[in-house]
Design a protein around this ligand. Structure first.
Ligand code: ATP
Length: 361
């Protein structure tokens, strides 16, 4: 994955010789979104102060609430704020998700959807030692949105291009090189010949990564293997809709959707979000904010790498440690993890842990 920003983009960060870096656009979203986003921002403010870097937040309303207030789910003003920021932190969006996130992924060419799933001490799960990253192509396939729906027929076009297949395969293999060195390429080529393009691209890219083992798996078998033998996976490389579905399955395997987070990354921009939805069935004050907080951690890692900012990388690592330590305290668990804590309890506790960690280090 290319993390370096283009010169053109770097120039847009400079105004009158002053570098205006670390502007974070924030989409609070709907349902539990505003609660978990507030929590993530408080935690980010705490780590930025502790580790000595500055983050400025600019709200970019989008989603069902934005549609009610401004007449459209992604107002132009919000889009402009997102596009001119350094990174976007997004909360979950309700019924208008397609108009917000699918649009942003395609318009900003955020082609790599990276979704880590790990069993964690303190979190009850049927499994142990699961550590999977789903690398999902984010801009094509059936989610391209080329459809014709009439009274008597419905057609959705599956679009794959060699360029997109090759670049996402490179992301998966580069990631595997830093992990357990295995890529499982997931498709359904036995039924849909179109997947041959995706498969061939992966086989071709694999040649450049001799230390990584590649296997192929049909998506139906992958769904089965995920619930029967999830430890066999390292990096799963797949297309858009398959990645979407397998991600929720993987979240169930490691404990809760409330812990599942993701990055949407292109060559020049990153957008970070939990993979869950707006959780309309729960009291927002009891929402688990950890997925949103871990999405913020991924954002710090990406910003730290793209800008060469060590303080951000340290802050990201400290934040991850703090979350791991919090999860081992049953009093700090929200109801989705079997506890009784509120999002506010989790936020306060996490900030306490971060302060303590920093004092010790
Ligand atoms: P949407 O229509 O917005 O996609 P949904 O109910 O279809 O919402 P999710 O919001 O992803 O899908 O929720 C699936 C289940 O997981 C629900 O029972 C929800 O309460 C739970 N859940 C999701 N996220 C969280 C969270 N952060 N904290 C607690 N529970 C959560």
């Amino acid at each position: 994955m290319r993390y370096a920003l283009s010169q053109k983009r770097l120039n847009t960060y400079k105004k009158g010789g002053q570098s205006v870096t670390n502007l974070i656009s924030v989409i609070p979203g709907d349902g539990i979104g505003p609660v978990i986003i507030r929590s993530a921002i408080r935690v980010l403010e705490a780590v930025s102060e502790l580790y000595g870097f500055k983050l400025n937040f600019v709200e970019a309303p989008a989603g069902d609430a934005a549609k009610r207030s401004f007449g459209e789910p992604l107002p132009k003003d919000s889009f402009d704020k997102i596009r001119s920021s350094d990174a976007c932190l997004k909360g979950p969006v309700g019924d208008t998700a397609k108009d917000v996130i699918v649009f942003l992924r395609q318009r900003l060419d955020l082609y790599a959807n990276i979704r880590p799933f790990k069993t964690l001490p303190g979190v009850s799960s049927k499994w142990r030692d699961v550590d999977i990253v789903i690398v999902r192509e984010n801009t094509e396939e059936l989610y391209k949105g080329v459809e014709d729906v009439g009274e008597e027929h419905a057609v959705a076009l599956m679009v794959l291009t060699k360029k997109a297949c090759v670049r996402i395969a490179n992301v998966a293999f580069q990631m595997a090189e830093t992990r357990k060195k295995k890529v499982t390429v997931v498709h359904k080529v036995n039924v849909l010949k179109s997947f041959e393009l995706f498969r061939k691209a992966a086989l071709e890219v694999a040649k450049s990564y001799p230390s990584v083992t590649m296997e192929e798996m049909l998506v139906d078998n992958t769904a089965y293997q995920l619930v029967t033998n999830p430890q066999r996976f390292d990096v799963i490389l797949t297309t858009n809709m398959f990645g979407d579905i397998l991600s929720d399955e993987a979240a169930g395997i490691v404990g809760s959707l409330g812990l599942a987070y993701s990055a949407n990354i292109g060559d020049e921009f990153g957008l970070f979000e939990p993979i869950h939805g707006t959780a309309p069935d729960i009291d927002p004050s009891y929402a688990n904010p950890i997925a949103q907080i871990m999405a913020s951690k991924m954002m710090l890692e990406w910003l730290g790498r793209t800008k060469g900012n060590m303080a951000m990388l340290k802050a990201a690592s400290s934040l991850e440690n703090a979350v791991l330590s919090l999860l081992q305290d049953s009093k700090s668990l929200t109801p989705d993890l079997g506890g009784r804590a509120t999002a506010e309890d989790v936020t306060k506790r996490l900030i306490e842990i971060l302060l303590k960690e920093k004092r010790i280090s």
